[in-house]
Design a protein around this ligand. Structure first.
Ligand code: DX5
Ligand code: ZN
Length: 213
């Protein structure tokens, strides 16, 4: 079954707890929390204080996407703040295996993300350890961009490799996901869909979430 993880970046951040409550009640399996540092990506968003504050208001699974340099320095603090899944970027980490181990040792799920220019094979050696891989379908940094269809073969290659090895690894996609592109990524093998604009800019969020499934 496909899981939906709305990205709060497109929500009214001044009303964050209420916005997350709405998607939780509308059946979203998780909330996608985009952390940007202005270094790994050319934009800034929010960090652990906001996640920690939000944790007190919601039981939904926190799917934390770290778009930061040196994720190994901060991952534990995001877990302390309430992350249930910690995703860091392969391109930002010198020793991804050690960081995956450190995240999993804390009892939370570990995921690695790859930017559009990174080949799927770059992550194959980590698949046995991972709970999820995140395939970026836009350049990370901003919500509201257009889906890159060139990423579909990457999703397909990863799904084939995961199946070939008999692993249970989720494939999450992030960027430009709407009902049309959702169909394409699901066919390619993705089973966790991040969606910012297409959920939070919709009048009826439940209908928007249902439309992605
Ligand atoms: C982009 C972020 C995404 C973003 C998606 O760097 O990682 O999670 O919020 O937004 P949409 O769905 O609007 O492309
Ligand atoms: Zn994201």
């Amino acid at each position: 079954m496909v899981k939906i993880s709305p990205s709060v970046l497109a929500s009214d951040l001044a009303r964050l707890a209420d916005e997350v409550e709405v998607i939780y009640k509308a059946g979203a399996e998780m909330a996608h929390l985009d952390v940007m540092d202005g270094v790994f990506v050319p934009n800034m968003s929010f960090g652990m204080p906001v996640i920690e504050a939000l944790r007190k208001h919601s039981e939904i699974i926190f799917d934390v996407h770290l778009m930061i340099v040196h994720p190994e320095k901060y991952a534990e603090r995001f877990i302390d703040a309430g992350a249930d899944i910690v995703t860091f970027h392969l391109e930002a980490c010198d020793d991804p295996e050690a960081l995956i181990d450190a995240i999993k040792a804390r009892g939370v799920k570990a995921a690695v993300s790859i930017k559009p220019a990174t080949a799927p094979e770059a992550i194959y050696h980590l698949l046995d350890k991972l709970d999820m891989v995140l395939v970026m379908t836009v350049e990370p940094g901003y919500g509201g961009q257009s889906f890159m269809p060139e990423m579909l073969p990457k999703i397909k290659a990863l799904r084939e490799e995961i199946t070939r090895r008999g692993l249970d690894v989720d494939i999450e996609v992030d960027g430009g996901i709407n009902p049309e592109t959702a169909k394409l990524v699901k066919e390619a093998g993705a089973n966790v869909l991040v969606a910012g604009s297409s959920v939070f800019k919709a009048q009826d969020r439940r209908a928007a979430i249902d439309a992605l499934r």
